[in-house]
Design a protein around this ligand. Structure first.
Ligand code: ADP
Length: 273
């Protein structure tokens, strides 16, 4: 049986984290992807990162997975510093990246097989297939699945490791608008069932408002936190309620303001040079 849905999530702490990369056009220069980001995420919180392309959202998620190390700063999950990848930090991408030669069941249990724990956890595979509503597709192969179904397999495959933090990098970005809205409800249902701490990268303002406890607005490169907004709306949220639309307007203005401010800042810098 799957463990009772007690809070599986852990708090996450990010302190003064910066990351740069070698610049592809100029060997002497570096691209500063994120700059001194600090953030506390509560256990079982769902938080979104919203910002223009290239503002370092994926870089920050990769640092949290432990796939990359920061240039400076520190990251912790609970009391544990993040120094390497761990099954306790699951990652779901826009591309579900399923193994095409494995069935739905084979894909969901792949991590358990790799860790040599399938025998003792076999019952959980059925539980998680039920959790994402794919029990009647257990023997289907990925090429028979719709985009939404494939993404549900990817979510189950990540959740079966009981991650303390689940990182979602534009997971619904490739889906059509209707499937995307249905999948937002699906992710929320999984979040409420498992109480996993979730970090969601999205370009979609409505998705961020519909899903998140808080929304982190990021500035263009180098990525910094511009503002953190708490979404006070009761769940389930009404996408067309006046409060929802007001918050949407505020965010649009803030993102536009951030862009305008950067231009003004750039202009000021030029004038000072
Ligand atoms: P976002 O997810 O917000 O679109 P990214 O984190 O992917 O932004 O990228 C932030 C910046 O860092 C971009 O300018 C990108 O080109 C650069 N960058 C990210 N990863 C690498 C890498 N491995 N090598 C070189 N530059 C990178």
């Amino acid at each position: 049986m799957v463990a009772a849905p007690a809070a599986e999530g852990s708090p996450l702490r990010v302190r003064e984290v910066s990351k740069s990369f070698p610049n592809q056009d100029n060997a002497a220069a570096r691209t500063h992807a994120i700059d001194r980001i600090s953030l506390d995420v509560g256990a079982s919180e769902l938080i979104s990162f919203l910002g223009p392309s290239g503002c370092g959202k994926s870089t920050l998620l990769r640092l949290i997975t432990g796939l990359d190390a920061p240039d400076s700063g520190e990251l912790w999950v609970g009391a544990e510093p993040i120094t390497a990848p761990s099954a306790e930090r699951g990652l779901v991408f826009q591309d579900p990246n399923l193994f095409p030669w494995l069935t739905v069941r084979g894909n969901i249990q792949a991590g358990l097989v790799a860790r040599g724990v399938l025998h003792e956890k076999r019952g959980e595979v059925d539980e998680f297939m039920r959790l994402v509503g794919l029990e009647s597709f257990a023997n289907a192969f990925p090429h028979h699945l719709s985009g939404g179904m494939a993404q549900r397999v990817a979510l189950a495959r990540a959740l079966i490791n009981h991650p303390k933090v689940l990182l979602l990098d534009e997971p619904l970005g490739a889906l059509d608008a209707f499937t995307r809205m249905r999948m937002q409800d699906e992710v929320l249902r999984l979040w409420q069932a498992r109480r996993t701490t979730m970090l969601l990268v999205t370009h979609d303002i409505d998705e961020a408002i519909y899903m998140s406890d808080r929304i982190v607005l990021m500035t263009p490169r180098p990525g910094r936190i511009e503002r953190i907004l708490t979404v006070e709306l009761a769940r389930p949220r009404q996408r067309n309620s006046p409060e929802f639309l007001r918050l949407r307007g505020d965010i649009l203005e803030l993102l536009h303001f951030a862009g305008a401010e950067e231009k003004a800042e750039g202009g000021r810098r030029k004038a000072e040079d």
